[in-house]
Design a protein. Structure first.
Length: 393
């Protein structure tokens, strides 16, 4: 018998879920409140665990057309510029984990997922804000802001950091503001002086700040993200603000000249206030009854492990795996969603916790910074590699 999935949100997580669930043989209707499908102008890193999922969906070619595949990650001191550690990426990741480490423009990743979703015959509704839902033992019903009532067998809340679906399901309040601010920029490599162009991932670590840079769009563009610790009153209400990066430049006073040169060479920046939630506490935070949470709706995290969208994509793959089984009349939908939750929540919690820890290590000062740098120089690759993560769930 045909089963119907309703998805709230058309970001990377919602599109990935729509693709996986449609491929599982379900009829999928996706509702996005915005008038257009779009992503912010910034980059995103995808570990081999995520690239492998995309390959499994037949998107290897589409990804290769738009991504860059950096040959290494290098960690440098933001203060002295010294190289502290290196992790080979590229072919080394393929050998170790079965897929490369990719860096991609978010709009390109979003676009290739959207294209695949359109080919999978998913019904896509823009300008549709889901305003509430109810669930019974047999169905879930959502209402749109204009009063339409839609029934399905499953509701997937892929509606992001401020997820209304999460609030209806769990009622556990808003995400926490961290006072960490992210300055993001994309610049054409050809517009940078040659010494500032780069084909690798570089992380610059400094007291209360770090900067990450990597190529996107086949290496033609460079993505730069600078994170600084603001004061608690700095938390911005919204999400994406234009800025001249004066705050970032001020925070970088005293750092090495290659880093300052890079930041000064870029004029257009966007500013984000970073929010997260504490690591997940249990499976009930990932699914209850006929409602599943996915991506930032379930486990918003600091971007210090570069895996927020990655975990959304892994969630989507697992959702597809359990929902294909839920087509069997002997297996009921809530039981299968519970299996999805059980299979996902601990890994998501571990990634959230590691992202928080990374923030403390990246931004360390004093004796902790000294110890961090000494360990990186001694153990380098062993500290930077994350086998439990990159090897996949
Ligand atoms: C500075 C920074 C750097 C990052 N770097 C990385 C990285 O390198 N690698 C990585 O994997 N992750 C990274 N992330 C995390 C990643 O961006 C997020 O985890 C990911 O985009 C979340 O996707 P999502 O689909 O869950 O949510 P979103 O992208 O927020 O999508 C939610 C969608 O739901 C829609 N919506 C909301 N409410 C409703 C409603 N009521 N009805 C209908 N639609 C609704 C919204 O309009 C939106 O389109 C980074 C994040 C930041 C801030």
């Amino acid at each position: 018998m045909t089963k119907q999935a309703l998805i709230a949100g058309g970001g990377i997580g919602g599109l990935a879920a729509a693709l996986a669930v449609a491929r599982a043989g379900w009829v999928v209707r996706l509702y996005e409140r915005a008038p257009l499908f779009s992503e912010v102008g910034a980059g995103i890193q995808l570990g081999p665990n995520v690239v492998k999922v995309l390959h499994g969906w037949g998107l290897a070619g589409a990804l290769a057309d738009v991504a860059a595949f950096p040959h290494q990650l290098e960690v440098r001191s933001a203060l002295s510029g010294e190289s502290l550690a290196r992790l080979p990426l590229g072919e080394a990741m393929v050998q170790r984990y079965g897929a490369a480490y990719a860096t991609v423009h978010r709009a390109d990743l979003h676009g290739l997922l959207l294209n695949a979703v359109q080919q999978a015959d998913v019904s896509l509704k823009l300008n549709h804000t889901l305003s509430q839902f109810t669930q019974t033992a047999d169905a879930v019903t959502v209402q749109t802001a204009d009063g339409a009532v839609i029934e399905g067998d499953v509701l997937v809340g892929a509606d992001g950091l401020w997820s209304p679906v999460r609030q209806w399901l769990l009622g556990d309040g808003q995400p926490r503001a961290t006072s960490h601010l992210a300055y993001r920029a994309l610049v054409r490599q050809a517009d940078l002086p040659e010494a500032l162009r780069s084909s690798q991932v570089t992380a610059w670590l400094g007291p209360q700040l770090h900067v990450v840079q990597y190529p996107v769009r086949g290496g033609d563009w460079l993505n730069v993200v600078g994170i600084v610790e603001g004061k608690s009153g700095d938390a911005l209400d919204g999400w994406d603000h234009g800025t001249d990066a004066a705050g970032l430049r001020a925070a970088l006073a005293g750092t090495c000249s290659p880093l300052q040169d890079l930041v000064h060479a870029i004029n257009h920046w966007r500013l984000w206030a970073l929010c997260d939630r504490p690591p997940m506490q249990g499976a009930h935070q990932q699914a209850l009854g006929r409602v599943a949470l996915l991506g930032d709706a379930a486990h918003p995290m600091l971007p210090y492990l570069a895996q927020g969208a990655g975990m959304a994509i892994e969630d989507a793959a697992e959702l597809g795996r359990v929902l294909v089984q839920a087509l069997d009349p002997a297996l009921d939908v809530p039981t299968m969603l519970n299996r999805y939750a059980l299979n996902r929540w601990e890994r998501n919690a571990r990634v959230q916790a590691r992202a928080i820890r990374n923030g403390e290590i990246f931004h360390a000062d004093g004796v902790v910074r000294w110890g961090r740098d000494a360990s990186l120089k001694l153990l380098g690759e062993r500290l930077l590699d994350v086998p439990w993560l990159y090897g996949g769930p």
